[in-house]
Design a protein around this ligand. Structure first.
Ligand code: PLP
Ligand code: ZN
Length: 402
C-alpha cells in the first residue's frame, strides 16, 4: 500500500486521487509506501530478468502493466575515457538502449499503466522531445490517445519523428518548454487529461529503477551517480529509490548524487553553488543539448535535497565540452548518445580535473538518450562521406590519400 505525500508539509492523499501538487501548500507529491508491509526478498529480485518490473513490489501498479520491455540497459566500463581523466572506475549506464531510446520509457511504462489503473482515457505531456516520443509509444501500446506539446523548432528530429509515427497528436507551440508545460498543466487540470510530465509522482517511480539496476549490475553501491539535469526529475527519482533501499536495509550508504547542466541552462548549479533555498528560474535557457534546455526545473526542490543530503554537487559544462564528449564516447568507447547524455560524462571530466572527484571513486554516469535521437547535431560535427566513382581504382586512391 502507498499514499501520495507532500514533500513540503507532509500532508498525504489516497493513492487513487488524481493530483499533481499538494492542495494545502502547492508543493510536489511523492509516492510513499508502507515499507513494513512489503515483502521484498533480494533473492526473489535476483531470479527475475533485470528490467523495471524486476522491482515491482516498489512500484504502484497493480494491474498488468503496459510494457515494451524497458530497463535492463547495459552498464559499460569507460576504460579509455576513464584512463584519460584519471578515473579507473568509471561507468556509463546506457539509457539510450530503452525501447524508444531514452530513460523516459521507465517512467512511461509506470505512468501509462497508472493512467489505465486510474481509469484515465487520454494522456498528455509537454516535452523537449523524448518524453513525447516515449508517451506516444506507450499510449499506442495501451490503445489510448496522447496529446503532446513541443517547443516549436527546438526538438531534435528523431524525437519528433517518433512522436508522429506512434500516432500522438503533436502540437508545436511558439514558446519554450517551460511555457509548453504551463499550458499542458492547465489543459490537464481543466479537461481531465492525465498529465505525464515529471511532476507526475508515478512516472518518477519507474525512473528510480535506474539506481536499483546500477547497484545490481555493479554488485555494490557506487560512490557517485552522475546525471544530466533538465527538469531534475530523474536525479530526484534515483535518489528517492535509493532512500527506499536504505530504509529496507538493502543498502548501507548513498552515492553522492551529482547533477550536470549546460552552461546556458543551469539554474540548479547556481542554487547549489550559492547555497540558495530554491532555484531562480532562467527565462531564456539555451544549449545544443535540447533535452536539458529547461529554465524552470519543476523538480528542483527534490533535486536540491538529493544533492545536498548525499554530499553530491552540481556543475555546468559548455556546449563545446558536451559535443567533445559526445564524440569521445562515440569514438573511444563505441557508445552513441545524444548531446544531453554526454553532459554527464563531460561534467565528470571537469570535476575530475578540478579534483572534486577522487581517483579512487566508483563513478556511474547515466547517459540518457541515444545518438540517433538528434542526427542533425551529429552530421554538423562530422565530415561528410567521401563520394567517389564506382570503381576500385578510385576507392584505392581515395584510401591512400586519407
Ligand atoms: C529528459 C531528459 C533529460 C533530463 O531529465 P530530467 O529528469 O528532466 O532532469 C536528460 N537527457 C535526456 C536525453 C532526456 O530525455
Ligand atoms: Zn503540502
Amino acid at each position: 500500500m502507498y499514499r501520495l505525500t507532500c514533500v513540503q508539509c507532509g500532508r498525504s492523499y489516497p493513492p487513487d486521487e488524481i493530483l499533481y501538487t499538494c492542495r494545502s501548500c502547492g508543493h510536489l507529491l511523492f509516492v510513499e509506501y508502507d515499507l513494513d508491509s512489503l515483502s521484498i526478498r533480494r533473492e526473489e529480485w535476483d531470479r527475475r530478468p533485470i528490467s523495471v518490473w524486476r522491482y515491482r513490489e516498489l512500484l504502484p501498479v497493480t494491474i498488468p502493466p503496459v510494457t515494451l520491455k524497458e530497463g535492463g540497459t547495459p552498464l559499460y566500463p569507460l576504460e579509455r575515457i576513464g584512463e584519460e581523466i584519471g578515473l579507473p572506475h568509471l561507468y556509463a549506464k546506457h539509457e539510450g538502449m530503452n525501447p524508444t531510446g531514452s530513460f523516459k520509457d521507465r517512467g512511461m511504462t509506470v505512468g501509462v499503466s497508472m493512467a489505465l489503473q486510474l481509469n484515465k482515457s487520454t494522456v498528455a505531456c509537454a516535452s523537449t522531445g523524448n518524453t513525447s516520443a516515449s508517451l506516444a509509444a506507450y499510449a499506442a501500446k495501451a490503445g489510448i490517445p496522447a496529446v503532446v506539446l513541443l517547443p516549436a523548432g527546438k526538438v531534435a528530429l528523431g524525437k519528433v519523428a517518433q512522436a508522429l509515427m506512434h500516432g500522438a497528436n503533436v502540437i508545436s507551440i511558439r514558446g519554450n518548454f517551460d511555457k509548453a508545460l504551463e499550458m499542458v498543466q492547465e489543459l490537464c487540470i481543466s479537461h481531465g487529461l492525465y498529465l505525464l510530465n515529471s511532476i507526475n509522482p508515478f512516472r518518477l517511480e519507474g525512473q528510480k529503477t535506474i539506481g536499483f539496476e546500477v547497484i545490481d549490475q555493479l554488485g555494490c553501491v557506487p560512490d557517485r551517480i552522475v546525471l544530466p539535469v533538465g527538469n531534475a526529475g530523474n536525479i530526484s527519482a534515483v535518489h528517492k529509490g535509493l532512500g527506499e533501499l536504505h530504509a529496507l536495509g538493502l543498502i548501507e550508504r548513498y552515492p553522492m548524487m551529482t547533477g550536470i547542466q549546460a552552461k546556458g541552462s543551469s539554474p540548479v548549479v547556481r542554487a547549489i553553488r550559492e547555497g540558495l533555498p530554491e532555484v531562480i528560474p532562467e527565462g531564456e535557457p539555451e544549449t545544443v543539448a535540447t533535452a536539458i534546455r529547461i529554465g524552470a526545473p519543476v523538480n528542483a526542490e527534490k533535486a536540491l535535497t538529493a544533492i545536498r543530503k548525499t554530499g553530491g554537487t552540481a556543475e555546468w559544462v559548455t556546449d563545446d565540452e558536451i559535443l567533445a564528449m559526445q564524440r569521445d564516447l562515440a569514438r573511444k568507447e563505441g557508445i552513441g548518445v545524444e548531446p544531453a547524455s554526454a553532459a554527464s560524462v563531460a561534467g565528470v571530466r571537469k570535476l575530475a580535473l578540478e579534483g572534486v572527484i577522487d581517483p579512487s571513486e566508483r563513478v556511474v554516469c547515466v547517459v540518457t538518450g541515444h545518438l540517433l535521437k538528434d542526427p542533425e547535431t551529429v552530421i554538423k560535427q562530422c565530415k561528410p562521406p567521401t563520394e567517389i566513382d564506382a570503381d576500385v581504382q578510385s576507392l584505392l586512391s581515395t584510401l591512400r590519400s586519407c
